[in-house]
Ligand binder design. Structure first.
Ligand code: UDP
Length: 488
């Protein structure tokens, strides 16, 4: 007979970095584990809790009517007082170097409430963001296994590991167009120098990445929002060549099972229904969806060319401009506001878009994306080919994966690495944008082949999370292993 402790559900603490691109997949992952009978708690601060509240409520609604599914708790702790204005506690709210520095100071100060949670609640395992590099030591002090989660592709993770390990930029001339080879990977991977972060410009960040990499290596293992069939060479490289332990549990956005309603009842997108109705009235595959996540910034000249490009493409479009205050008269080309007013060709979303719902709508036939990993994987899951427009972080690596390895996208020709705080970059012309959209969505041989591959990959993604699929099995393996470890 099982002892009382053996019957107690496994308790996993999820501790995401404070940015939507980290919070959202972590909340989806918690929903996935809760669906397998694991007690899940997400630890975060109040403003960040609001980002995931509706996703968690939705998962908890399912739990009430499904046997064996447990409700997820969100435990909130105050954001440390580091001199940032009240409410500024999430990545997209940071607009200067000084704010970014204070924010990363606050990130280190979160160790205290994390330790307190661990002492008071004694979870069986913690999935903490790689950016909380200190959490590996903290978890070890509490005798709890720490699983790292960075929310990037295995491919990008392997590329940045190669960079950090080999310091390959050192040997490359200062020329921005010089190609930087990433040694030791299953494929020949090269990026232009200008597409990579220059360690000399942000030495603090480079040291931080080295610390993150070292902490991840000292962890119990890593969980990835990916699936075996997507990047098998990099799974093999990660586990065999680098000797790291990895569980691939994604695409986590599919795990909630209600992709069709995800977003529609999301408090963040009050006009999701209006957007859906607009899409319903458009022919299959005729709409290009344009969105650049939560952290990217486009200058007025870039926005003007993008608007021109969408117009020139002749395609219908849904374009997410986001909540940032931009003076549209500064960049909207002549005739564009009138075209928008007529509402025939395009829809602009100025707040939070129900992205999963849009990508999964049959009217959508292409996605112009910054290649944030969540957006990229959401497009892969929906079987939608991409026009890739990376800006910074792991996005240039994700572009390589999509364009060169998966062959389900066309690059726009983005060459300059820079977050919204470092904004100088070459402006890409409207004609180039229109041509890339036409290639991805067109009826040419090239376009059709890309669309077919994207569809096939979407099917594989959906199978991975189904019962008996590779991600489904990785969740089972991990839960069983953690359970056995606890009961040992
Ligand atoms: N997202 C959304 N609506 C928006 C903007 C973003 O649903 O209007 C979601 C998107 O579906 C993805 C996440 O926010 O899950 C953004 O993560 P990603 O890694 O793509 O980009 P980041 O914002 O981290 O650069």
């Amino acid at each position: 007979m099982a002892t009382k402790d053996e019957q107690r559900p496994l308790h996993i603490l999820f501790f995401p970095f404070l940015a939507p691109g980290h919070l959202i997949p972590m909340a989806d992952m918690a929903a996935l584990f809760a669906g397998r009978g694991v007690k899940c708690t997400i630890l975060t601060t109040p403003v960040n809790a609001a980002v995931i509240r509706s996703a968690v409520d939705r998962a908890n609604d399912t739990s009430r009517c499904t046997e064996g599914v447990l409700a997820i708790d969100i435990a909130t702790v105050p954001f440390p007082d580091v001199g940032l204005p009240p409410g500024v506690e999430c990545g997209p709210a940071l607009n200067s170097d000084a704010d970014r520095e204070k924010f990363f100071h606050a990130i280190r100060l979160l160790r205290e409430p994390f330790d307190q949670f661990m002492s008071e609640n004694r979870p069986d395992a913690v999935v903490s963001d790689s950016f909380f590099d200190w959490s590996v030591d903290s978890a070890a002090e509490h005798g709890v296994p720490r699983l790292a989660f960075l929310g990037s592709s295995m491919f990008a993770r392997a590329c940045s590991d190669s960079m950090v390990r080999n310091n390959a930029l050192e040997a490359v001339p200062e020329d921005p167009d010089a190609l930087v080879l990433h040694p030791g990977l299953p494929h020949r991977v090269e990026l232009r120098r200008s597409q990579m972060q220059d360690p000399k410009k942000r030495p603090d960040h480079w040291t931080f990445l080295q610390r993150v990499n070292a902490a991840d290596q000292r962890s119990y293992g890593e969980v990835f929002n990916s699936f075996h069939e997507l990047e098998p060479d990099y799974l093999e490289h990660y586990t065999t060549t680098l000797g790291r332990r990895a569980w691939l549990v994604g695409p986590v956005a599919l795990a909630s099972k209600d992709v069709a309603t995800r977003g529609a009842n999301n408090g963040l997108s009050p006009d999701a229904d209006g957007c859906l109705r607009w899409l319903d009235a458009r022919p299959a595959g005729s709409v290009v969806y344009v969105s650049f996540g939560t952290l990217s910034h486009f200058s007025p000249p870039e926005l003007r060319e993008l608007a021109r490009g969408l117009d020139l493409s002749g395609k219908n479009f849904v374009w997410v401009i986001g909540g940032a205050a931009t003076d549209e008269s500064e960049w909207m080309p002549d005739g564009f506001p009138e075209m928008m007013e007529r509402g025939e060709r395009g829809l602009i979303i100025r707040g939070w878009a129900p992205q999963m719902l849009i990508l999964n709508h049959p009217a959508v036939g292409g996605f112009v994306t910054h290649c944030g990993w969540n957006s990229t994987l959401e497009a892969i899951s929906a079987g939608v080919p991409m026009v890739t427009w990376p800006r910074f972080a792991d996005q240039f690596y994700n572009e390589k994966l999509v364009v060169d390895l998966l062959k389900t996208g066309v690059g726009i020709g983005s060459t300059d690495y820079g977050s919204k705080i470092e904004t100088t970059r070459r402006v890409i012309g409207g004609e180039v944008i229109a041509e890339a959209v036409a290639r991805v969505m067109g009826n040419g041989e090239d376009g059709k082949a890309m669309q077919k591959r994207a569809k096939e990959l979407g099917e594989k993604a959906r199978s991975a999370v189904e019962k008996g699929g590779s991600s489904y099995d990785d969740v089972r393996r991990l839960v069983e292993e953690l359970m056995a470890r606890r009961n040992f």
